[in-house]
Design a binder for this molecule. Structure first.
Ligand code: ADP
Length: 609
């Protein structure tokens, strides 16, 4: 506003100076002439001062706005600032900023301000297209003090129709190209803009173009970054969902759901290529649960799997748009994701499905392996169950006949024969124990092991167990100490299984503790549980081995362990039994110092699972 006022004053001052000079040409009385000359001198001085001041003001404004422009990266904000600054700097009536549309090449009006800093309506878009096109074509600014009389533009439709007078237009240049223009005009007055103004506007346009380019770049980067972050979030959610399950059918569902969600597909199939090349649909869009594959889909799937590349087809009047993405699992193109919808799929859908296929491949492979392990495990359990059942009968028979012979029921037995029969008997006992453990484990794994729990006193069963295996401790001259809390509450457990657990743990303490060693059995109440500990001062277990202790067939490499008979099944079975009775089991141990195996049993009947 200030510069507009100054500009108007300057125009009046100029008019005054012209009148004074004309006056001087007349024959004037001496006094009047000297007064006129003094007035001319004063007005010259004033004009010079005002011009200098106006120039300074403009430079100041230019500096101020340039600084502000550099600080903002929001494109709309930058454009608004640019136009406000232009209005302020030039004293124009209206100002427009137009940018060349990067896609269409046409000019888009991006900011329009009048002198009151209000955006101008579309109907006021009465600008000189000729001037603008000239600037864009030549890349040079244009100033016209009175377009109506300017030989370059006079007579042009827009100039005449919109009664345009003062016009100034400067190109916005970036990376050597005209990216748009700044156009200012004044429809009422002539002579508003000078060549100095155009210089100023051009300088300013250079600054503005840089700010616009930076803001555009930032917006592009920002948009790209936001899109990438959103994509990464989606992918991490997919990873999370896929890794949370190992069930094959669930994997198929999750993959399909994401494919539909992110591509806007109306139909989605996950297809598996069988070893004989037949295609099986693993899952289809609800309610289409068992869809039939059309020939063109079958062909597209084979092509995608053979070429290991995405097959894309556009919609036709007969068929929807389709994408077929191969899923390479364990190096083999085994599956394909098929999506369809009425409208064509974009690049983003292809990119997304390609990323999804990598994740689905890993998840499907894991699920398939898991399924295979499960199947193998079931087969193993079934096998063990059959074998143990079949072994029991002949073993009972061997044991029975061996005992009969040993007792002399079929004639006298020599000392040597008796010793051989003892060896047979011991080995049959070992085999019976193994068959019994295997049979228990297979029963547990198939959920067929039934407990018969009741409220019992732990102390009684500790005593019973010790009585039955005391001879083994005596053989190694090991001491046994009992440390059982008085008035220990009853536990809810299966007495036979409790004896089995205690036997396993005390037997191990006996086996893995040298002669003369010390074994202690403790029992104390811990909250709602009774905790039983079997402590020995034997060979101990290192940290690595402790992690594997309760897995099937684990036996330490320690040579003391290898000297002892065993199958590495006892602790695994023990843990299963304690778990089934609602307790916990653990170990604390230090090599060469000894081990404490503990387990707990509930003092209340656990709620059914
Ligand atoms: P087994 O005794 O038949 O080998 P277990 O399942 O009972 O099988 O025990 C597994 C392994 O755990 C043993 O082979 C041994 O290495 C280790 N272990 C078990 N109890 C003890 C113990 N009290 N002291 C040291 N090592 C033990």
């Amino acid at each position: 506003m200030a510069s507009m006022l100054e500009d108007t004053t300057l125009v009046h001052l100029e008019a005054l100076r012209v009148s004074l000079h004309r006056l001087k040409a007349f024959p004037l009385p001496v006094e009047t002439r000297s007064a006129v000359e003094e007035a001319i001198q004063r007005s010259d001085k004033l004009a010079k001062q005002m011009i200098a001041k106006a120039g300074l003001n403009r430079l100041e404004a230019l500096y101020r706005v340039s600084q502000a422009l550099g600080a903002s990266l929001d494109l709309d904000e930058v454009l608004k600032q640019v136009m406000d600054a232009v209005i302020e700097l030039t004293g124009a009536e209206r100002g427009f900023l137009m940018l060349v549309n990067q896609d269409s090449g046409k000019l888009d009006l991006r900011a329009a301000r009048n002198i009151d800093h209000v955006s101008i309506d579309k109907k006021d878009m009465e600008v000189s297209q000729t001037v603008i096109q000239t600037v864009i074509k030549n890349g040079q600014g244009v100033v016209s003090t009175d377009a109506q009389r300017d030989p370059r533009f006079a007579g042009q439709d827009s100039i005449v129709f919109f009664a345009l007078r003062s016009i100034m237009c400067a190109p916005l240049r970036a990376r050597g190209q005209v990216i748009g223009v700044i156009y200012v005009d004044n429809r009422a007055q002539t002579g508003i803009f000078t060549n100095d103004d155009l210089d100023l506007l051009s300088t300013f346009a250079t600054q503005a173009a840089i700010a616009i380019e930076n803001a555009r770049l930032y917006t592009r980067t920002d948009l790209a970054l936001t899109a990438r972050v959103a994509e990464l979030e989606t992918l991490s959610q997919i990873d999370h969902e896929l890794s949370a399950h190992l069930d094959f059918n669930r994997m198929v569902d999750i993959t399909r759901q994401w494919a539909v969600k992110e591509t806007g597909a109306t139909r989605c199939l996950l297809i598996h290529k069988e070893p004989d090349l037949a295609l099986t649909v693993l899952g289809g869009t609800q309610p289409e649960s068992s869809p039939t594959l059309q020939n063109n889909v079958i062909q597209a799937v084979h092509k995608a799997l053979e070429s290991e590349s995405v097959q894309s087809s556009l919609p036709t009047h007969k068929a929807p748009a389709r994408l077929v993405v191969p899923v390479i699992s364990a190096g083999e193109p085994l599956y394909a994701i098929v999506v369809e919808r009425p409208e064509a799929f974009g690049d983003s859908a292809v990119k997304f499905l390609t990323r999804l296929s990598v994740r689905a491949a890993a998840a499907l492979e894991n699920a398939r392996l898991y399924q295979a392990v499960q199947d193998a495990n079931t087969a193993k359990t079934k096998f063990v169950s059959v074998v143990t059942h079949e072994l029991r009968i002949p073993m009972t028979s061997i044991k029975g006949y061996t005992d009969l012979i040993r007792q002399g029921a079929v004639g006298p037995v020599t000392e040597m024969q008796s010793s051989f029969l003892n060896t047979i008997r011991n080995n049959v006992d070992r085999m019976t124990a193994l068959v019994s453990d295997l049979s228990d484990i297979s029963h547990i794994e198939t959920g067929r092991l039934k407990l018969s729990c009741s409220f019992i006193l732990v102390k009684e069963y500790i005593q019973e167990t010790i009585n039955s295996i005391k001879h083994r401790l005596d053989e190694k001259n090991q001491s046994l100490e009992l440390d059982i809390q008085d008035e220990l509450p009853q536990v809810y457990a299966d007495p036979n299984r409790l004896v089995q657990v205690l036997t396993n743990l005390i037997n191990n303490a006996n086996k893995y503790t040298p002669a003369e060693g010390r074994i202690t059995v403790r029992a104390n109440q811990h909250g709602n549980f009774v905790r039983i500990e079997v402590v020995d001062n034997g060979i101990g277990i290192d940290e690595e081995d402790q992690k594997k202790l309760f897995s099937q067939f684990f036996r330490s490499e320690n040579e003391v362990v290898r000297e002892q008979q065993g199958w590495g099944l006892g602790l695994n079975l023990t843990k299963h039994l304690v778990d089934l009775m609602g307790g916990e089991i653990g170990v604390e141990s230090e090599p060469k110092k000894g081990s404490t195996f503990w387990f707990s049993l509930p003092i209340q009947q656990p709620a059914p699972a």
